[in-house]
Design a protein. Structure first.
Length: 116
């Protein structure tokens, strides 16, 4: 059974950094597009970053470009999201997603809180 478990969220001051992890089991992240999404209170879930399964190409939503970095460690079957220069608007529940064609798996999320 495929499972994604996020960790690394917490409370951080504006301008600080956090690294989120997404540990996968029951699937190999090297065979999936791995994505991070986030959902702030009262808002829809939005795409944050992706890393391609074939070439490792990355893409980001405009609001995090230059501040966030997605990476993966295939040996550890784990995806990371390094978040620097955090802003109040980055506060949200962050979700890990593994997707390939009709296969679509989600974690339960990890909460990131940014204080002023």
């Amino acid at each position: 059974q495929a499972q994604l478990v996020e960790s690394g969220g917490g409370l951080v001051q504006a301008g600080g950094s956090l690294r989120l992890s997404c540990a996968a089991s029951g699937l190999s992240i090297s065979a999936f597009h791995m994505n991070w999404f986030r959902q702030a209170p009262g808002k829809e879930r939005e795409f944050v970053a992706t890393i391609g399964w074939t070439d490792g190409r990355t893409s980001y939503t405009d609001s995090v470009k230059g501040r966030f970095t997605i990476s993966r460690d295939n040996a550890r079957n784990t995806v990371y999201l390094q978040m620097n220069s955090l802003k109040s608007e980055d506060a949200a529940v962050y979700y890990c997603n593994a997707k390939l064609f009709s296969l679509d798996y989600w974690g339960k999320g990890t909460l990131v809180t940014v204080s002023a």
